[in-house]
Each structure stands twice: as C-alpha cells, then as structure tokens.
Design a protein. Structure first.
Length: 457
C-alpha cells in the first residue's frame, strides 16, 4: 500500500497498565483491545519525557528535548497565575507565553513533514494555546476545547473531539491525509460520564481521596478506581459512532494507518505522588500500537519502543523522506512491525522537569532514577532509586543501598547517553540543567537563557 492516510490518536494520561490488553485485571477497554488486536502492539513503549507539553513535542517531532529544547511546562504555572491576577479569565497571557522557552527553531513538526511529503494535514487538538509550535504544519487546526465561546481546556470531551472529527473525516476522505487527534478523558479531575460512575468508588470527596492516597502511599487504581477513556465509553454506548468505527464506515480503514498512544500515564498515589510526576512505570509506560494496511494483526513486539520512534515510523509507512538539517532522535519501527527483530534497543532514557528534576535509565531488568539537582528533588522522594523490574514490576523496593555497583554502572551509562546526545546536537549543557522548574519565578526575567538553536553546519 503506497502512501496510506495516517491517523495519530494520542490519549492524554492513559497509562498502559490500566488497559486490559496490557494485562489489567478488569475489562476496562474492550474497544481499544479489539483495535490493538488487529494491529501490532508494542508491549514496552515509553514516554521519554513528561509531562504533556514536552511529551507531545517529542512525539510530534520525533526528537528528544536535548535537540528540541522543550523539556518542561516551564513557567506555565506562574504564567497562568500571573495571567489570572492581571485579568479575569485569560488562561495564558500572550506576553507571558512568549517568554516561555521555545522549541529549537529548526525543528519541524509532524504536520510540516507530512505537508512537505504531499499530504494534507489536520489536527483536532487544544495544545496550541499552551505552546504556539503545536499549531505549526496543519492545513486545518481545529481548536477542540471551545464550547459556547468558553475555553474549557482539560474539560474537553471525546464528544467535543468527535463532533469536529466525524464531519472532517467525511470531508477529507478522498484526500491523502495525516490527521492528529488529542483526547483528554483520563486526565484529572477523573470524572467519568454518568453511565460509568459505577466503576468509581471512594472518590466522592476528592480532597479526602487525595489525603488518603498520600497517607497510604498506595496506588488507588489497582483495586478501587478505574478510569476509562471516552473513546471506549462512546463505543460501548454508541458503537457505530466511535471514531475507530467511523473510519470503517467511511471505507477508510483499508488505506489508513492508525496509531494509538498516550503522552504519559498517571500516578494515583504510588511513590507518594499524584498526577504525571515521577519516572516510575505508572507514568512512563504508555500504550502503543499501529494498525492498518501492511501491518500484521495480532502481533506483539517485546522490544523497547519510544515516543521519538513514532514519527519516523509513520513517515516510513507514508513513504515520506524528511528533508531536515538534523538527525531524528528516533528510528522507524517498521523492521519490528514487519520483521522478526525486537529492535535491539538495550535501554530507554526518561526525564521529568515538572514537579522535580529527574532522569532515569531503564534496561530490561533495572530502572535507575536520579535527581539532577538534589536540592530540588521533591521532599518525599529519595534522591536516587533503583528497582529490579523483573522481580518488582511495581517498583516498591528501592535497592539503591543494596546494589551500589549496579546503580553506578547505570548512572554512568545514562550520563554517557546524555553526553552523546548533547554532542550530536551541538548543545553545551543538558537541557535538564539549563531549564528551570515551573516554580522558578525568576525565569520570567530573562527568557534568553533558555533559548537553543542548532549550530550551523
Ligand atoms: Zn498529558
């Protein structure tokens, strides 16, 4: 199949382990499971950088933050607060937004790469108000979270997305298109639609839930709480209307590749964290599968896959060779999808510059997490962590004191990788070191400190 359409669906905050197809003990995701079953699924796929803005930047550029410069929601919190003080209902004042560390100017977005390859490009998303680069490269960008003239940001529902997407699909069905859809349902405040309230216990008093979680330090979702994506809800309740079924109805399924992933997972209290913080499996292990023409059904790949691999893979399937002055950080997963290899990647490197500054390296057996700047490690977290994932997949036993040799080896491996990436992209210092945390008010004063541009060749 030459030049298939490509639909990239990213569900915010959907962690892999809560989907039945990734082994969750309850039936949470019948539609997604079925969809995954007809395609090739990556068992071990990871978000290399969290939370949302850096993660989407990484997915949509196929590059890591050492090149693209976006490693954080930097200044978001402050900018938002300041904007609220200055005026009533502006979420992010333009001037403050302009002071946020920018994406490296030369780095191209997926839409731009597909456009250059002759595709028409469409997005139904709302990230553009957080960072302007998310608006680049679209023939049509539908801002998804405006209802009755009001910006609802996280409260955008799958109904909102589908409301825009279904007519759009009907209109573009005869074009060769790349379509990006961003669903938000699993994101806080965890309010499922009425027909799924039965799945939720103990969340009537959210403040009490928070306290409870932090005291017990346990993962609430394991037994008490299920969150479900509305992609599924819709399909359960009105199966013919789900966007996945909609593709079939329009006769697009035979020439369209659909990719499904999440930007990150969620911590529901494990490791004393809530939200998208910490580099534990709950937060960085994400679902990922590809379905469409030329992609084997029912195949599961065990090797490591990363967010940065998605764009190289879909460009490869689309037959688009990017004309860019830098090397993409990821590689096409096509050999794994169509062949017998597991990719041969021996480690995945993740970073968080949200609630704390941490980097990690994960091999098949071990995960090592370290604070980049000890003094800003969250006070309830150890400075370094080491887990044996084969014996302890929930990362409950920190073995840092028991295996100092293993920890040292992994730490060196991690920093060797960081140095190599910095060298590759001509950056003097790790972006994790040069970027402030979102609480750094001083950062507003001199944004030029965080600029990065590729050196001329
Ligand atoms: Zn997110």
């Amino acid at each position: 199949m030459n030049n298939p359409n490509v639909v990239l669906i990213i569900v915010d905050t959907l962690r892999a382990r809560n989907l039945s197809c990734y082994g969750y003990h309850r039936q949470t995701s019948p539609v997604l499971d079925n969809h995954a079953k007809d395609g090739t699924r990556f068992k071990n796929a990871f978000a290399e950088v969290i939370p949302t803005q850096p993660s989407f930047t990484s997915i949509l550029t196929g590059t890591n933050p050492i090149l693209n410069n976006v490693v954080s929601h930097v200044l978001w919190k402050n900018a938002e607060m300041a904007a609220r003080e200055q005026s009533s209902n502006i979420l992010l004042n333009e001037t403050l937004r302009d002071k946020m560390p920018r994406i490296t100017p030369q780095v191209k977005m997926a839409g731009e790469l597909f456009q250059a390859g002759g595709y028409k490009t469409y997005a139904v998303d709302n990230l553009v108000k957080m960072r302007p680069h998310f608006g680049r490269g679209w023939d049509e960008y539908v801002y998804s979270s405006e209802a009755s003239g009001e910006d609802r940001r996280f409260a955008v529902t799958a109904d909102d997305i589908n409301f825009h997407t279904f007519p759009l699909l009907s209109r573009i069905r005869n074009e060769r298109f790349f379509l990006f859809l961003h669903y938000w349902e699993p994101h806080a405040p965890y309010e499922p639609p009425p027909e799924f309230q039965q799945f939720v216990k103990e969340v009537k008093d959210r403040q009490a839930m928070r306290q409870d979680l932090l005291i017990k330090g346990r993962d609430l979702s394991r037994d008490d709480f299920i969150y479900i994506t509305k992609v599924d809800r819709d399909t359960v309740s009105r199966s013919s209307q789900s966007d996945l079924a909609h593709l079939n109805k329009l006769g697009l399924d035979h020439n369209t590749i659909v990719v499904i992933t999440a930007d990150h997972g969620e911590s529901f209290g494990s490791h004393n964290t809530l939200g998208h913080a910490g580099l534990h499996e709950t937060t960085v292990h994400v679902p990922l599968w590809f379905r469409g023409p030329g992609i084997p059904a029912g195949k599961v790949v065990d090797g490591f896959a990363r967010h940065v691999d998605i764009v190289p893979t879909i460009l490869d399937f689309a037959g688009v060779k990017p004309d860019i002055p830098y090397e993409l950080s990821g590689r096409s997963l096509r050999p794994e999808i169509n062949g017998k290899t597991d990719g041969g990647i021996d480690a995945v490197y993740c970073a968080e510059c949200g609630q704390q500054k941490t980097r990690s390296v994960r091999t098949r057996t071990w995960k090592f997490i370290t604070s980049i700047q000890e003094e800003i490690r969250a006070d309830h977290m150890p400075v370094q962590e080491l887990y044996n994932l084969e014996k302890d997949p929930d990362e409950e036993n920190n073995l840092i004191s028991e295996y100092p040799g293993v920890a040292k080896e992994l730490e060196e491996k991690m920093f060797r990788w960081v140095e190599a990436e910095c060298r590759k992209y001509g950056r003097a210092k790790d972006v994790m070191v040069t970027t402030p945390l979102p609480d750094d008010l001083k950062a507003l004063e001199d944004p030029s400190r965080f600029a990065f541009s590729l050196p001329a060749k």
